[in-house]
Design a protein around this ligand. Sequence first.
Ligand SMILES: N[C@@H](CCC(=O)N[C@@H](CS)C(=O)NCC(=O)O)C(=O)O
Length: 204
Amino acid sequence: MPSYKLTYHNLMGIAEPIRFIFHYVNVDFEDNRLDHTDWPSQKDNYPWGVLPLLEEDGRQLSQSFTIGRYLGKKFKLNGADDYESAKCDEYGDALKDLLNECRNLFFETDETKKTELREEILSKQIPKYCGKFDRDLVNSESKYLVGTTPAWIDFFVAHYLEFLETKIDEKFLKNYPKLQFFKQNIYNLPQIKSWIETRPVTPW
Ligand SMILES: N[C@@H](CCC(=O)N[C@@H](CS)C(=O)NCC(=O)O)C(=O)O
């Protein structure tokens, strides 16, 4: 087994679903968390000046979804064939579209504008994307988005649903029962549950 080192800020952020994957497959990795005060002086040492960075026997890989997909392939969490592998990518791209459409809210500082943006996200963007994830889960023959066992994208979707519950509305998933059930199933996988119970307490 290669040696793995995952470097990120001391946050859950966009690295947490990668940590989920390592814990789910029970593969050791160095969970390297940088102190934010050190970051400005270290930023230029990283290939794209951002984190996360995965190192596999010293070989570097950036971009959180690329890392997720790569580990999915390595650990056989990437669907049963090329089509299922592409479906993982499709859900990944749709998830990124949803997050992009919510992005302005997270940077808005004006409280009135924040309320307007939040309402718009809840009435437009969330139904547009979560309605479709929910529909596909209704049609799925398993509890997962792709195939019959967890795939790398399931960890990403579940993690970002938790993020949206925390940042936008803790109850929004009740409108999407299958998606809510899906997220609970991922969070209740024994390896994920155990990691969540013991992980460092950090901000998002
Ligand atoms: N598309 C990249 C985004 C990476 C990114 O923006 N990382 C942020 C943290 S979430 C970062 O390291 N920001 C520090 C900086 O820009 O100085 C990915 O998915 O990995």
